[in-house]
Design a protein. Structure first.
Length: 203
């Protein structure tokens, strides 16, 4: 099976796994996909920390951005309006990763200090440490991220094709509730929503 077919299969599985309420509401479905993408940053951050890899990878971001624009054009979306939306998601992903790594580093420092005082932990286990992660974790996560991007583009296109738009007060409330991802600031969440509202169909 080709990489493209694998990604397509993952995208279909993600759509099928969405809550029933989301499947009946493409606007809510969009929000769930955004939240799902950001939730994967825990695994990405843990892998980067374990392998001492910087959070920011500009060459990779350029590839993701260009791929999203190509996919958007193929679906009939305006590539220029999709670019800022994808960039906001990548910037938010970096914020989440940096926040998690900082938290894990602080927890590890505290655990190390306590370990110097106590000869052994006994029944106690340090809290807040970075999760263990497989060596090939990033290799496995990336196809899922690509598939989520594809699902997002398809869902946004389906939403706009019906004449619906993102932006009323009820939708904003739902967005804030659904995309309440750990370590994502209010400002970044607002940035994603603002960029999403500006995505439009190609003329």
């Amino acid at each position: 099976m080709s990489v493209r077919n694998i990604i397509a299969a993952i995208a279909l599985a993600l759509m099928a796994a969405a809550p029933a309420s989301a499947q009946n509401n493409p606007i809510r479905d969009t929000y769930h996909l955004i939240a799902e993408r950001l939730s994967l940053m825990t695994e990405v951050a843990a892998w980067k920390r374990a392998n001492e890899v910087p959070v920011e990878d500009l060459p990779r971001e350029k590839i993701v951005l260009e791929s999203a624009r190509i996919d958007a054009a193929a679906l009939g979306l305006d590539p220029g309006s999709v670019g800022p939306f994808i960039q906001e998601q990548m910037d938010s992903a970096k914020e989440v990763q940096n926040c998690l790594i900082k938290r894990w580093d602080a927890a590890q420092k505290k655990a190390d200090e306590l370990a110097e005082i106590e000869s052994e932990w006994g029944e106690r286990k340090p809290q807040g440490l970075a999760p263990e992660v497989a060596e090939d974790a990033l290799e496995k996560v990336r196809p899922r991220l690509v598939a989520l991007n594809a699902s997002l583009m398809s869902t946004i296109k389906a939403t706009l094709a019906t004449g619906a738009t993102y932006g009323d007060a009820e939708d904003l409330k739902a967005f804030d509730e659904i995309v309440a991802v750990d370590c994502l600031s209010r400002g970044r969440r607002a940035g994603i929503y603002k960029a999403l509202r500006l995505v439009k169909e190609a003329e």
